[in-house]
Write a protein that binds this ligand. Structure first.
Ligand code: ZN
Length: 144
């Protein structure tokens, strides 16, 4: 067997190393990561008009067991209000990172506390605390 192939097999890729690091961080600090996939409002989006995305920094995760809410620690690929984010692509992706949920919380809500804010209830807790949410004009749902 050729030596280079051997080395490639044994050495984890940069991406694998990064993912390991991220999952360790999540486990240690208990942060909750919400990847958001924001869809176009309708077929003419970005053609006949230009949408923008607004995110209230007071967005929270509410545990079903009535303990302290998880608060937003930082946002990646999106600016928080009062800034708005003009949509440049039909599918916009950004990530919200929240403080830890209580250990024994089994389901939680994702709530943006403002008029016409995003709301998604009964999100089933998973072991990684990494979730992907699809956002359309009319609904939100967990896709991963
Ligand atoms: Zn639009």
């Amino acid at each position: 067997m050729d030596t280079n192939t051997e080395i490639q097999k044994k050495a984890p890729s940069i991406i694998e190393q990064f993912e390991n690091m991220l999952s360790k961080q999540t486990a240690e600090e208990g942060q909750v990561i919400i990847h958001c996939i924001h869809h176009p409002c309708f077929a003419g989006c970005l053609v006949s008009h230009h949408c923008s995305i607004c995110v209230d920094g007071n967005i929270i995760l509410i545990p079903n067991i009535g303990e302290a809410n998880a608060t937003l620690l930082y946002a990646e690929n999106i600016l928080l209000q009062p800034a708005s984010n003009p949509k440049t692509e039909l599918i916009s992706k950004f990530t919200l990172v929240f403080s830890a949920l209580p250990k024994n919380c089994k389901t939680f809500s994702f709530v943006e506390p403002c008029a016409r804010g995003w709301e998604l209830h009964n999100i089933k807790r998973n072991s990684t605390d990494v979730y992907t949410i699809s956002i359309t004009k009319s609904s939100l749902k967990v896709v991963l």
